[in-house]
Write a protein that binds this ligand. Sequence first.
Ligand code: SF4
Length: 105
Amino acid sequence: MEELLTLPGVGRKTANCVLGDAFGIPGITCDTHVIRLSRRLGLSANRDPVKLEFDLAEIVPKKDWTAFSHLLITHGRNVCRARKPDCPECPISKHCPSANHPELW
Ligand code: SF4
């Protein structure tokens, strides 16, 4: 992480993605989907990606960080979209405090 962060244009989001996907070192990639879904799912109230990353690191087992990031990103692209989440078709709706609550989106 420290070495990647010295490269121009590389922040924690990119560094975590590279660590996870290229080096097999667990990383939580806090992109727009991970931030939005983490908040909707009640995993963290933070909008700041670095604070959110550390919140998620507390509750997600380290071995699952990379896969967890990919799952949230895929779910955010395909189901829990920013403007119109598809709660009726969402397979995790029974676990989601924001299901069918537009005021929480
Ligand atoms: S129930 Fe709705 S708000 Fe919750 S994760 Fe699924 S699509 Fe997103």
